[in-house]
Design a protein. Sequence first.
Length: 261
Amino acid sequence: MTQGQWQQGWAEKSSTAIAGLKAYCVLCLVCFLVPALAYGDNANIRKSESNSSTTNSVLIPKALVFSPQLKTAYYRSIFANIIRGIHDASSGNIAVEAIPEDVANFRADEKIRQHSPDFVISLGSRGKVAAFSISTAIPVVLGAVLSPDSSVLLALQQPSMLASTAFTPLRQPRLPDLTVSLTPAPEQLFNQLRNLAPNIRGVHVVYHKNDTELINDARAAAKRLGLNLTVHQAQNLKQSALAHSKLMANLKSATEALWLL
């Protein structure tokens, strides 16, 4: 195997692993946030009996997870780790449904009626399509997809453009009542970094052009805090993985940090 072939194979696996890890962390956090969001009268929060001797009950919302059905064991393991994180964070109160390769045959609303969840977590590009086919009034979280996803934004802004995107739902997508970004404010992030590692003087970040607004905020925050922010643009996950590999090989660990978006 040549060095170029090795780097290409490593990049493909690393890009998938990075996406899986980020989704795993975000979805675990989402599962902790959901009980606190208080969906209101529309939420049907179930009471679960406590295992202790007390008579207290705990409120545990039930999650229905839509996950793609994949042939490759490596990719299956990534989504399995994500689901395991959701399971652990929600005390096992979840149901999982596999999305076939032919997403058009996946009946999301039927699965919701069958499991009666409090919210849905839809994973991957197939999950994105499945989520936009839901007509039931229920909170939906998209995970393991690029954020922000340009096709999602385009579909929300111009529903008539659905025919020319990856979406093929039978109806117009339902606009979310509330969208929550889990991306921390750069200034808060940098302040926390200074508290944890005061010797850090420079920060490197690999970003996609869709993150330009966030990067502009980060530049301003870094300047105010006296940090040197070095940005590296990547067009896709493969380029991102290669950029991270080079940075990790040359990073000055005593004075430099790597910011993972």
